[in-house]
Ligand binder design. Structure first.
Ligand code: PEP
Ligand code: MN
Length: 227
């Protein structure tokens, strides 16, 4: 609830949180499931912000549809074609994240599985790919943004949080993504990142997020975009 208020005050227009979380290790916190969905519904109620949340398994579609305004497909499920087709039929907007080692062609073809079923509300998300570079967790592929805009008509989201894995990089890389033409950014925020149950290392504090939003407005203006 605290994060919902903070990001809303700073100008965010969607709230993203995971109830079903695709963690690399099965021993890491896996999300709160239906209880998490209930909390997201409460955050939506108090903030009025639309909710984005991940669906990992088509068997959870019904409860997710009750709260999600946008359904996220995570990087690890980008080529789960059964799930994509199901979401094509579910009719709710989808945020499709690029697979860790997927080409842009594969991303666009994954989106086609949703579009083909009649759901045209798909956003594509660049969230960093694996490269030989080990100084940061992933390499946010900034060139993917203008290239995807050439390849498709779909809105492009950039995720500098998962894309870098490091909070000190999120601001600079997020600004670069705006300049590269991203239509939206996904930024992780936590009131106390050191105590976060997941992804604290890449989460911005509320103060840093507020500052980032001011910088984002300036860059957006400078490149002729609205925010
Ligand atoms: C997320 O967005 O919460 C997430 C786990 O990201 P990704 O699927 O890109 O790793
Ligand atoms: Mn995360």
């Amino acid at each position: 609830m605290e994060t919902a208020h903070v990001v809303q005050d700073a100008g965010a227009n969607m709230l993203r949180g995971g109830a079903y979380k695709p963690r690399t290790s099965p021993y890491s916190f896996q999300g709160l499931g239906e209880e998490g969905l209930r909390l997201l519904a409460e955050a939506k109620e108090v903030s009025g912000l639309p909710i984005v949340t991940e669906l990992m398994d088509a068997r959870d579609l019904e409860p997710v549809l009750e709260v999600a305004d946008v359904i996220q497909v995570g990087a690890r499920n980008m080529q789960n074609y059964g799930l994509l087709s199901e979401l094509g039929r579910a009719g709710r907007p989808v945020l499709l994240k690029r697979g860790l080692s997927s080409t842009l062609e594969e991303l666009v073809m994954a989106a086609e599985y949703i579009l083909k079923e009649g759901n045209e509300a798909v956003m594509l998300c660049e969230r960093g790919i694996r490269t030989f570079e080990s100084a940061y967790r992933f390499t946010l592929d900034l060139m993917a943004v203008p290239v995807l805009k050439q390849m498709t008509h779909l809105p492009i989201v950039a995720d500098p949080s998962h894309g870098t894995g490091m909070s000190q990089l999120v601001g600079r890389v997020g600004l670069a993504a705006i300049a590269a033409g991203a239509d939206s950014l996904m930024i992780e925020v936590h009131p106390n990142p050191a105590r976060a149950w997941s992804d604290g290392a890449q989460s911005l504090t509320p103060e840093r997020f507020q500052q980032f939003m001011c910088e984002a407005r300036l860059v957006a203006q400078a490149v002729g975009r609205d925010i």
